[in-house]
Design a protein around this ligand. Structure first.
Ligand code: BG6
Length: 512
């Protein structure tokens, strides 16, 4: 594992939640593991008036102290904090970027960086239109003479629909080349998502089966037990389709469905994902109600405690028609997947927090063993790829019940990451920040892929917008979404998997 070149990471929105809860703790972990260069400065900026000392104090409001207790980090917090600096700056005000340039010159000298900077936009999306231009006004977008390119990291949401995403791509590319732009999708930073690539492409047993000849359907679930918390004003404009499907869940689908890349090179992998997105069948207007079910949670009781409905949440319009749940059926029209339905569902206030993909294999060609349970197994040989929690892999298949006759029972064969006691699963941001420092964009979304994902989502958003009466089902908080969601399946015998918190738990005992 290499060590990045000396660098300064400039974080816009440095006193915000994302920086304090995610970015600084991830950078601290990298620091503890000697994965940052010796010359390494972090310059926080934002409108909140702070100086270096008060920024360092603010940083401690996040989980930094907890991390300080892990063995690699013991005693390193104080020295890490010394790398943190702060500049109060109104990001809208172009003239203040002179101060940024000056401060960077100072820190550049101190850390011996020779112009190697990363600009991280941990800000509301309104600023994605201002910061790149203002950086360019001070020529901070280029590093003449330094082979390491300046990079700009952009958080989601990247656009609110196809037009705005295209426009944003065009706009940023005036100041930064595509290869300088790192669009974050933190799902790609998850260890278990990357493991999908390894599972598929390092094993001989799965790949021959990984196609329409052997796979019946694919089901992807990202359920969350929390509601919208304090993010009502953002979420009410976004909704589940934009918030989770357009980015995280389509990326996951891309990795599950892609062809083997020619190498592990960023462009090779991202081009394969782009091809998948290009092959997703877009819905015609009249197909939308049938293939996309949306819902919104209503007040209920969870384990005896009253829980608010979405419309009662702070900063949410009391008449809101924003979906907090969406489930859809889609097809990837290519040689490998033609005719195989991909079912995707995500929602807030569901019974548990779980993300997983289930590959359902086709039934054996003939039913030799009769009986109800056997029929079920024949339809449902499953490979479950658990992204979180209880990260791991489970195969469900039929075994003979010992004794007379041929009774078949469904059994599990499982692997849990937690059984590898010496392995720690790094946080997604650790991996992504490190990759960006190393100039590796494999796990970042490329501009064309992002637009292709919007192309699929856009007709649905337009349909909902143009048809205010389009169906929006209520579901009680703490349930698996509206009942109508089963209408997506072709057969009334089919249903979704209802996962438990622990990967191998069965329906008889399900801890949520
Ligand atoms: C974010 C969404 O991108 O992902 C949130 O904006 C969602 O609404 C979160 O809760 C889920 O991420 P994770 O890593 O907790 O599954």
């Amino acid at each position: 594992m290499g060590i990045p070149e000396n660098l300064i990471m400039v974080i816009f929105g440095a006193s915000g939640d994302l920086t304090i809860r995610k970015l600084l703790p991830a950078l601290f972990e990298l620091y503890c593991r000697d994965m940052v260069p010796e010359g390494f400065g972090i310059l926080g900026t934002g409108r909140t008036p702070l100086d270096d000392a008060s920024f360092r104090k603010k940083a401690m409001e996040g989980p930094l102290l907890e991390r300080n207790n892990v063995p690699e980090c013991k005693g390193k917090l104080e020295s890490f904090l010394q790398h943190l600096h702060y500049l109060s700056l109104d990001p809208f005000n172009e003239t203040e970027y002179v101060l940024l340039r000056e401060r960077l010159l100072d820190l550049d000298f101190r850390y011996n960086v020779s112009g190697n900077y990363i600009f991280y936009l941990a800000t509301p999306p309104e600023l994605y239109h201002v910061i790149p231009e203002n950086l360019a006004s001070q020529r901070l977008n280029q590093a003449p003479g330094n082979p390491a390119e300046r990079k700009i990291v952009i958080e989601k949401p990247f656009g609110m629909d196809l037009d705005s995403a295209r426009e944003l791509n065009r706009y940023i590319r005036q100041f930064f080349d595509e290869k300088q732009i790192y669009r974050i999708d933190h799902y790609l930073g998850k260890e278990t998502v990357q493991n999908l690539l390894v599972t598929r492409f390092s094993n001989g047993i799965f790949e021959p089966l990984w196609n329409r000849n052997y796979i019946d359907k694919v089901e992807i679930t990202a359920a969350e037990n929390l509601g919208v918390e304090n993010r009502g004003s953002y979420y009410d404009k976004a909704g589940a389709l934009r918030d989770m499907v357009q980015n995280h869940l389509l990326q996951l689908t891309g990795i599950i469905a892609m062809e083997p890349p020619s190498s592990m090179d960023a462009e090779a992998i991202r081009s394969e994902i782009a091809k998948v997105f290009g092959s997703i069948k877009r819905y015609r207007e009249e197909e939308i109600e049938k293939n996309v079910i949306r819902g919104q949670y209503v007040s209920s009781f969870i384990r005896g405690n009253p829980v608010k409905g979405y419309r009662e949440e702070p900063l949410v319009d009391p008449d809101s028609r924003t979906e907090t749940f969406v489930a859809l059926k889609m097809y990837i029209d290519n040689w490998r997947w033609a005719g195989v339905p991909f079912y995707i569902r995500t929602g807030k206030r569901m019974p548990t927090r779980v993300t997983e993909a289930v590959i359902y294999f086709r039934a054996a060609p003939m039913a030799l063993f009769t009986g109800e349970e056997q029929n079920l197994i024949m339809r449902h040989n499953q490979l479950i790829l658990r992204i979180q929690p209880d990260e791991g892999i489970l195969v469900k298949f039929g075994m003979k019940v010992p004794g007379a006759g041929f009774r078949v029972k469904e059994v599990n064969m499982d692997f849990h990451y937690k059984d590898l006691s010496d392995i720690r699963l790094p946080d997604a941001y650790e991996r992504l920040l490190y990759d960006c420092m190393m100039g590796d964009a494999t796990l970042y979304t490329r501009g064309d892929t992002l637009e292709a994902a919007w192309k699929f989502i856009d007709p649905v958003l337009a349909y909902w917008k143009n048809n205010p009466d389009a169906k929006l089902y209520g579901y009680p908080a703490g349930t698996w979404g509206p009942e109508e969601v089963n209408s997506l399946f072709d057969s009334p015998d089919e249903s979704w998997r209802y996962p438990c918190r622990n990967l191998s738990d069965s329906d008889n005992f399900c801890e949520l």
